[in-house]
Ligand binder design. Structure first.
Ligand SMILES: Nc1ncnc2c1ncn2[C@@H]1O[C@H](COP(=O)(O)OP(=O)(O)OP(=O)(O)O)[C@@H](O)[C@H]1O
Ligand SMILES: [Mg+2]
Length: 252
């Protein structure tokens, strides 16, 4: 039975999809049976990160519209990562999200982890995913508005007694508005990984290859891997060689 882990943020563009795809891929490469579910119904874009198009594939929208069975909408990427992608047709907009709970329950028996990429905000679609999850990962940027928004997720989870695994602080830099310590004290939750703002992450998206595969030794890639290692209970990442550390310091 899969452990269900949802990646959420109230503010848009914090890096939920990037974190989800890199986490899912890392867990799959570590030998787990993983399904990444694109639950961002209005702005599905997990497929972009892996160079896939959904024209010929059944999607989460088709499942929610009862046009196919959940199993028919699972695509296995050559990496071994399983995906239920979102549709990109105009007619896919406006699909009702109230079937998420049943969808998640019907697929979870076949996987070790179900990693869910949510839309931004805390609308009924996101709440229904959180309500079905074993754990929630908050993705934020080190900016006051994003962190204050993230507090709403903490409050929602507290009110319902849901487990928050922790916070991923994405796109951090030495010019960030907030340090991880500040974020921990505002949210009252641990920062499980701090991912640098790294132009290579954007280039990885351009190349349709997640950064954990595109540039596995980058600090950003290792920070994303670290999220997966925490969720998977895999202990610590193997340390980099001195040479790789020097490269990371000097190659921007
Ligand atoms: N660590 C990073 N360094 C630099 N760019 C990043 C980093 N993480 C993500 N990005 C870029 O930020 C943009 C938004 O990322 P992403 O789509 O993952 O955010 P999101 O939270 O899923 O957005 P949405 O709320 O629209 O679903 C993308 O262009 C992505 O390449
Ligand atoms: Mg997204």
């Amino acid at each position: 039975m899969a452990k269900i882990c949802s990646f959420v943020s109230v503010k848009g563009g914090t890096g939920k999809t990037t974190t989800t795809v890199n986490t899912g891929l890392t867990l799959a490469r570590e030998g787990f049976r993983v399904l990444v579910l694109d639950a961002n119904l209005e702005g599905s874009n997990v497929s972009f990160h892996l160079g896939l198009t959904t024209h010929d594939l059944a999607t989460v929208h088709d499942v929610l519209n009862r046009e196919c069975e959940p199993g028919e909408a699972i695509y296995t990427h050559p990496s071994g990562l399983n995906l239920m992608l979102g549709g990109s047709r105009l007619g896919d907009l406006g699909v009702k999200a109230d079937g998420f709970k049943d969808l998640i329950n019907s697929v979870r028996k076949d996987f070790d982890f179900l990693i869910v990429d949510c839309s931004s905000g805390l609308g009924s679609d996101v709440k229904s995913v959180i309500d079905s999850s074993h754990e929630v990962v908050i993705v934020t940027n080190p900016e006051l508005p994003a962190v204050v928004d993230a507090l709403k997720i903490v409050k929602y989870c507290e009110a319902n007694d849901y487990y928050i695994r922790g916070v991923v602080v994405n796109k951090s830099s030495n010019k960030s508005e907030l340090l991880s310590d500040d974020i921990e004290s505002i949210l009252g939750r641990p920062v499980i990984s701090e991912v640098p703002d790294d132009s290579e992450v954007r280039i990885a998206l351009r190349e349709r290859t997640p950064i954990v595969e595109f540039k596995p030794k980058r600090r950003s890639a290792r920070a994303f891997k670290n999220v997966a290692f925490k969720i998977g209970g895999l202990g610590r990442l193997e340390p980099l060689t001195i040479w790789d550390r020097i490269l990371n310091k000097f190659i921007k």
